[in-house]
Every structure is written in structure tokens, then in C-alpha cells.
Ligand binder design. Sequence first.
Ligand code: PLP
Length: 621
Amino acid sequence: AELYGLERWGNDYFGLSAEGMVTAKTLNSSVALMDIVDGMTERDMKMPVLLRIENILDAQIYRLNTAFANAIEKVNYEGRYRGVYPIKVNQQAQVVEEIARFGARFSHGLEVGSKPEMIAALAMLEEPGSLIICNGYKDQEFIDLGLQAVKLGFKCFFVIETTTELPIIIERSRVLGIKPLIGVRAKMNTQVSGHWNTTSGDRSVFGLTATQLIEVVDRLKQEDMLDCLQLLHCHLGSQIPSIQEIRSGVIEACRYYTDLMKEGASLNHIDLGGGLAVDYTGARCASEQSRNYTLDEYCEDVVETLKQTLDEQNIAHPTIVTESGRATVAYSSILLFNILDTTHFEPVSLPGVSTNEPNQLKNMRAIIEYLTADRVQECYNDAHFYRHEIRELFKRGATDLRTRSVAENLFLDIMHRIISLMATLERIPPDLANLKESLADIYYGNFSLFQSLPDIWAIGQLFPIMPIHRLNERPDRQAVIADITCDCDGKIDRFIGDPEPTNTLPLHKLIEGEEYYLGVFLVGAYQETLGDLHNLFGDTNVVSVRLGNEGGFEFVKEIHGDSIADVLSYVEYNPKEMQVRYRNTAERAVREGRITARERQQMINTFNTSMQGYTYYEKES
Ligand code: PLP
């Protein structure tokens, strides 16, 4: 487990059992993920499976709310904290439902950015008084929904992102006779590092400029509605790695807040958006996939900076709102998959010397004789040269497949000997620096990168990946992972390492007749909905479990992944019509005497059963 940095990125939610298995932990109990996998197998839930651990989701909401409450108490801040969960980070009903259920004790609200998300929020939140923050572009229908929510008792804020929204809000509030709650999103100048750094800055597509803010204030004043402007919204970007940047963003937000108050607004909420980062690599530093602060530090720094900056201007402390998405949901989901096969880049046993073998082969055999630590570069060059020669001869038909096979094997043999000798060298020649990785195994995993881990492909995201069992055995293979799409991008060849990412992952040799399971951790944020249907691999099976207070666990929710019929219908096929077409093709074959009627029926049965089956690789049970 040390090898995979479990302690560093696990946030106390994962551990290792005495039997060498990864466990999911809560305060009082700890369950081996393999026990959950066994339960899945008994329930016919095939791999890959997205496992959700509800307690972890609850624990993150608890930790966030208590960390803010503690910080508020510590610095004598006079306002309170209200968290909202941005639905876009994981829109799955089970996730939003659980956040709404557990979050009710903290009046944890929801952030929405579209009409469908708004409808989801209205149906999921039960607690009147909960915050609903409406970001994004809002048409009349969206605004009507929000105004009616205010009437129902929700604190539903329209955050104005463009000045065109304001006239519609004013008009609809008059027509419906409901006073709106209005927020303004300010364009932030504080530049942050990390992948999402274009959320702020002059060219950011988000928020109102200083001039537009003044326009909004003037228009509201004109309409005698300035008292409706009660929230300032500032979002710097997601996954902000540095606490210094967060502090500086809060100071800029306070400047907007103070001046809007001076303009006569009745602000009482400051919404700092998302950005609380997840330490995916466990490096605890200000690098893109990590963060140089803890949750407590984040809360204390935010609260303290707000207090200090607003006190200087004698401004009453507002309710602090944050829209933490990633940090709320990332830990609770794990993608589990089995390994289907491996490719090793190792020589098979070499045949003895044959009398008429070409000189190039003889020369390759000779390399093995003169290979020593001080001649690794020379031998590396020679082996490449002679292998190339043989490949050229093969292309021209001047040598045969067997000879080429011997050359490829000799080449691999020489490369592995070079790697062993390199361990004794003080300086590795630059040409040979990636040799070990270029000979790494390929482990074929039963999943689609594009469906389940799209950020790895899209933005080079690193997620912790490790076997969930056999951790009492030292893994003796180095591997990259390929998925089962037919796409050369469907692979994982960057892994978290200490301190730097690595290009291979240590894994165990497969044992004949036994499954080998890997887990990709911290995948609860953004992955599920961003995933796509590449090669028509559909949604995976999803299982939600709840760990018991006195040990054990319960399967609380199960969703079967997409069937083949499902994914085909997403791309506009009609499964019923397809069955009829296939039947007609088979029937014609019977008519023409190519198959029997019984064979026809077998074929139709196979076709129809497949149609209802899982899109991933299924091993016969
Ligand atoms: N709020 C807004 C307006 C966002 O655009 C985002 C995402 O970028 C979030 C909240 C969530 O951010 P995070 O997932 O970093 O908490």
C-alpha cells in the first residue's frame, strides 16, 4: 500500500487489512473492498463496477461544514457558513439525493447551472430555507422556476452572469408578484494556477466587469429593487492548488463586496464558488493535481481573511457560501475492474543456433558475449541496428518469419540484460533512460477510459490506481494499463508517484484461474457525466454501499449498467427493428439452404440475449 501512496491520498477513508486488501473505513468500521466485490459477484453485478460508498459522501459534507463552523468560532466571525453542492460535478440522482438527505442537518443547499439541474434541485431539496444558487444563462422559464421556489420558502438566488438576464428577472418578478433574490457574479482578476486558471482574468468568459456591475446596480436602483441584491458571487476556478491564491481571491472578493455595499446594495451573502482542491497525488504541494493546504486551513484562511478585510471597512459579516463540488464527491466513488490479459515484452526461450542463419543473427548472439556495464550504449545501438537489418530483409522477402522471430527474441533478451546492468550504473545514458518503460507490460483492463475516466484522456488527470488485493505480496511487474476500446488513446501510462508521477505501475503477475482487480480511486467528481460512448461501451454497473456502525456493510442501491440495446438506442438504432432484420437475414439463409431452422433459432437466441447483455467483456461463469 505504501508503494501506491494510499496513506497520502486516502484522506483516512482507505486502509489496508492484515490480509493485504484495501479497506474502506469510517470512524467505527472497516470493510475490505474485496468483500464488497464478492457480494457483487453473488448478485451478478459484473465488472466494471462503479462503487459508491455513501458514508464517505456523508463524511465529506460533515467535515466541510464542521471545519467552517470551527473556523467561524475560532476567529469570532459573526456570520455563518452555508455550503451548496454544484450538481454538475456529479448529477447522478443517488448522489444528489444523498447530499440533500444528509446535508439537510447543515442546511446544505444546491447550486444549479441549467434548467434540468434546477428541476433536480427543486425536487430533491426538502428543507425550506435551503439555498439554491442559480448560475448560468437563465431564460424566462428558468427564472419562473426560481421565483416560485422563493415563494415556496427556498433561498433561491439568481446570480447574474450577463446583463441581459436582469430585465427578464425584473419583468417576471412583477408579473408573478414575487420579489427575487439577486446575486452578481464578479469577474475576478486574481489569477490562479492549475488547469482551470482561465476561469478568472480579463478574458474569462464568466462574470460581470466593473462597468457591468455598476450598470446592474443602477438599473436595480432605478427599479427600486436594490434591496434584492443580496449576494456577491466570485469563483476563481476549480482545483486551486495554492492557498495563497485562494487568500488573494478572497481579498479581491471583499473589495467588490465592500464597494457594492457602498453603492447601496443590501448584500448579506458572499459566495466564493468552488475551487477547494482534492489532493489526487497525495503530494501535499501546490501542483496541479494536489494542494498545499488542508481543509481546516482552507476554512480558517477564508474566514479569517473575510473577517480582517471586512472589519477594516466596518462591514457586517455576511453568510459565507462555498460551492465545493470536487472535494465533496471525489472520494466516495471508486471504479473497479478486472484484468483480462497481459502482454509481456520478454523473450521466449531461444532456439539453438542453426547452421544457415544470417550474419545479423550471429552478430546479435555475439552482443550477448561482449555486453558489460561499460558497453551498454554500444550494445543497445548494435542490437537496434541488427534487428532493423533483419526487419528490412523480411520486408524484401529475403528472410523468413521464423528468423525474424528469433531476431525479435534476441533483441528483447539483450534489452533485458542491459536493464539489469543499468542498475549498477551511476549515470544512465540518455538514450536508455526510457528503456525500462518501453518494455513494461501491458495489462488489459475491463473498462473504457472514455466512459469511466474521461479526464485522464482529456486533461491528463492523475487518479490513484492500485490493486485492491494481494498487497501482502510484492508486485514484481511494471505495467501500463490499456482499456478495451479499440483506441490507442485508451490507455493509462501516467501514475501518481512520490514525488514525481511515474510512467508505469507496479502490479502482480496474474494467477491462472484467479481474477485480479484494480481500483481507480477518487473518481466521484466530473467523470460519470463527462464520459462518452466510444466504441459503444455504456454506463457501467453502479453499486452503492453503506458501511455499518459495527462493521459489515449493506448494498443500498444497485443500478445495472447500459445494455447493448440501451447504447444502440442512444445512437438512434431501434433494437426491436434490428431483431426483425436479423431474423429476416437468418430466415433467408434457411430458405437458401445454408443453415437449418434449428441453427436459425440458435442464432436468433444469441442475438437477442446479447442485445439485453452488458456492453463490457463478460467472462463465462
Ligand atoms: N461553482 C462554479 C460556478 C463552478 O464553475 C464550479 C466548477 O468549476 C464549481 C462551483 C465547482 O468547483 P469545484 O469542483 O472545484 O468545487
